[in-house]
Design a protein around this ligand. Structure first.
Ligand SMILES: Cc1cc2nc3c(=O)[nH]c(=O)nc-3n(C[C@H](O)[C@H](O)[C@H](O)COP(=O)(O)OP(=O)(O)OC[C@H]3O[C@@H](n4cnc5c(N)ncnc54)[C@H](O)[C@@H]3O)c2cc1C
Length: 446
C-alpha cells in the first residue's frame, strides 16, 4: 500500500473550535490512527496537533492540521484483581463508565464532563472534585504508549523514560501522540453517593465548608458570581462519598441538545442575576442537609445539556480558570472578584475547588490551594479585564489552566509554570517542537 493511502483515511477542511468556540481555526482534520499511517504522517514533516473530543476550552487542541485520535477507541485489557485498565487513547470516559460501573469500578479521577478521551485526560492531566485527596489523572497512570516525531512508538512511566512521562502528562499533546495507556480504576461499593449540601453566605464560609468536609472524597462549590460586598463568594457547597450496599445499576442520563446557536444577547445580566438568585435560593436551608444522588447527577450536571456552549452565541466564551496557593486564596479570590465587579462584566458560571499537593509533571495545573473557574461571554472589555486579573494571579504565585486558556501571554505562563523552561528544552532536544504545534504552543512558545 502506498504511503498516502495508509496515512489519511478521511480529511476535513473547515473552521474548527474547541468547547469555548473561541478562537476558530481554518484547518484540516486528518484521521490516520494505524501505526503505519501515523508514521508516514510524521514523515511528511508538516506540524500537527493530536485531538481528542475537543472538550478543552481554548486553543490547545487547535492548529492548521489536527489529528483526530478518537477512532483509536478499543479497551484492550482489564485486570479485575487490581483494576488496571489498558485502553487506547480515543476511548471516552463515558464508555469506561458504562462498561465498568456495573462491575463495581469507577474512574480514579474525572473532570466535570465524561465526554473526554483517555488521551485528552492525560494530555491535560485533568483533575476532579477529589484532587485534594487523589491528585490528578496521571497519578493513576501506570504506563503510556506514545508515538514520537521519528515515528517510533515508546512506552513511558515514572520509572521508564520518566522525563517523557512528566512532560506528556499535562503536556497538551506537544510531546507526541498518546496511543494507549494503562491506568487504575477505583473500586466502588455502589453507584450511588451520599451528598452533603451547604449554602454559604460568603467566601469565608465557603472555605470553611471545604475545610470542614475535607475528608470527604469529593467536594466542589458553585459560587454566585453576581453577589457583591459582604456576600461575595457565597454559594452552594456540595461534597459526597460513594455509598455501600452493592447497587450497581448505573443509568447514564440522557441529554437535551441545544440545536442552534443562541443569539449573543441571550446571555445577559438580567438572565444571569435571575438564574443565580434562583439557584442560590433553591437550597432553602443554611445548614447542611444530606441526600442520595447518582453518578451523573453529582459528577456531570453540565452534561445534561448537550452543546450548552451554544448558549453563548457564535462569538463563544472564555473560561478563566486560575489557582492560587492556599495562603493567598481567600484574599486573592476576593480581590479578583472585586476587580471583576468593578469592570461591570459578570461571569456566567463560577466553580470553586480545593486542590491538594502539586505533582512533578512539568505543566500540570494544580497546586495546593483553591482554584476558581469563571465563564465569561466574549464581549467588549473582557480581554483587558482578564489581563488585569492575570497580574493579580501572577503576583500571588498562581497560574492559569492551559486546557482552558486561549489568550494568556508568554510572561504569564513563565511566571505560573516554573517547569515551562525544562518543557521547552525537552521539546527542542527531541524535535517535538517542529512536529507538534497548536495555536497555543505558538502563542506561548511552548
Ligand atoms: C463541561 C466541562 C467540564 C470540564 N471539567 C473539567 C474538570 O473538572 N477538570 C479538568 O481538569 N478539566 C475539565 N474540563 C476540561 C477537559 O477535561 C480537558 O480539556 C480534556 O483534556 C478534554 O479532553 P478531550 O478528549 O476533549 O481532548 P481535546 O480537548 O481534544 O484536547 C485537549 C488536549 O489534549 C491533547 N490530546 C488529546 N488527545 C491526545 C492524544 N491522544 N495524544 C496526545 N495529546 C492529546 C490535545 O492536543 C490538547 O492539547 C472540562 C471540560 C468541559 C467541557
Amino acid at each position: 500500500m502506498g504511503e498516502s493511502a495508509s496515512v489519511i483515511m478521511r480529511q476535513k477542511v473547515r473552521d474548527f473550535s474547541a468547547w469555548g468556540r473561541y478562537p476558530r481555526v481554518h484547518g484540516e482534520l486528518v484521521y490516520g490512527v494505524s501505526p503505519e499511517g501515523l508514521a508516514s504522517l510524521l514523515k511528511s514533516g508538516d506540524p500537527f496537533i493530536p485531538l481528542g473530543n475537543r472538550r478543552s476550552y481554548g486553543d490547545s487542541a487547535l492548529a492548521a492540521r489536527m489529528l483526530d485520535v478518537r477512532p483509536c477507541n478499543y479497551m484492550l485489557d482489564f485486570d479485575p484483581d487490581n483494576g488496571l485498565l489498558h485502553a487506547q487513547a480515543g476511548v471516552l470516559l463515558s464508555d469506561i463508565l458504562e462498561t465498568f460501573v456495573p462491575r463495581g469500578w469507577f474512574l480514579p479521577v474525572t473532570p466535570g464532563t465524561k465526554h473526554v478521551t483517555v488521551g485528552g485526560a492525560i494530555a491535560s492531566d485533568v483533575h476532579g472534585k477529589n484532587h485534594h485527596l487523589d491528585g490528578c489523572f496521571s497519578r493513576w497512570v501506570k504506563e503510556i504508549s506514545i508515538i514520537l516525531p521519528g515515528g517510533q512508538v515508546v512506552s513511558c512511566s515514572r520509572s521508564k523514560k520518566p522525563e517523557l512521562f512528566l512532560a506528556t502528562c499535562g503536556g497538551q499533546g506537544l510531546t507526541g501522540v498518546i496511543l494507549e495507556a494503562k491506568f487504575y480504576l477505583k473500586k466502588i461499593d455502589s453507584c450511588l453517593l451520599k451528598q452533603v449540601t451547604v449554602r454559604t453566605n460568603n467566601l469565608m464560609e465557603t472555605f470553611d465548608a471545604f475545610e470542614q468536609y475535607r475528608n470527604m472524597p469529593y467536594s466542589v462549590a458553585w459560587i454566585d458570581g453576581t453577589a457583591k460586598g459582604p456576600k461575595t463568594g457565597r454559594g452552594i457547597f456540595t461534597s459526597a462519598s460513594f455509598m455501600k450496599g452493592g447497587d450497581f445499576d448505573y443509568r447514564p442520563h440522557g441529554s437535551m441538545d441545544i440545536p442552534v446557536d443562541f443569539p449573543t444577547f441571550f446571555m445577559n445580566k438580567a438572565l444571569l442575576s435571575g438564574f443565580n438568585f434562583l439557584y442560590y435560593h433553591r437550597t432553602q436551608e443554611r445548614v447542611s442537609y444530606q441526600q442520595v444522588v447518582d453518578i451523573d447527577t453529582f459528577f456531570y450536571p453540565l452534561d445534561r445539556i448537550g452543546q450548552w456552549n451554544r448558549l453563548y452565541g457564535r462569538r463563544g466564551f472564555v473560561q478563566y480558570h486560575f489557582i492560587l496557593p492556599k495562603r493567598q486564596s481567600l484574599d486573592g479570590i476576593l480581590e479578583i472578584m472585586r476587580e471583576i465587579d468593578r469592570s461591570g462584566i459578570s461571569p456566567y458560571l463560577a466553580v470553586l475547588k480545593l486542590y491538594g499537593m502539586e505533582n512533578r509533571n512539568l505543566l500540570s495545573f494544580p497546586l495546593e490551594g483553591y482554584g476558581l473557574a469563571l465563564d465569561f461571554k466574549i464581549q467588549k472589555g473582557l480581554f483587558d479585564l482578564l489581563d488585569r486579573l492575570d497580574n493579580k494571579v501572577a503576583a500571588r504565585g498562581g497560574r492559569l489552566y492551559l486546557t482552558k486558556d486561549s489568550r494568556m501571554n508568554r510572561k504569564m505562563v513563565e511566571k505560573g509554570y516554573p517547569g515551562v523552561w525544562q518543557f521547552r528544552r525537552f521539546r527542542r532536544s527531541h524535535d517535538m517542537d517542529k512536529m507538534f504545534q497548536s495555536l497555543q504552543s505558538r502563542r506561548l512558545g511552548l
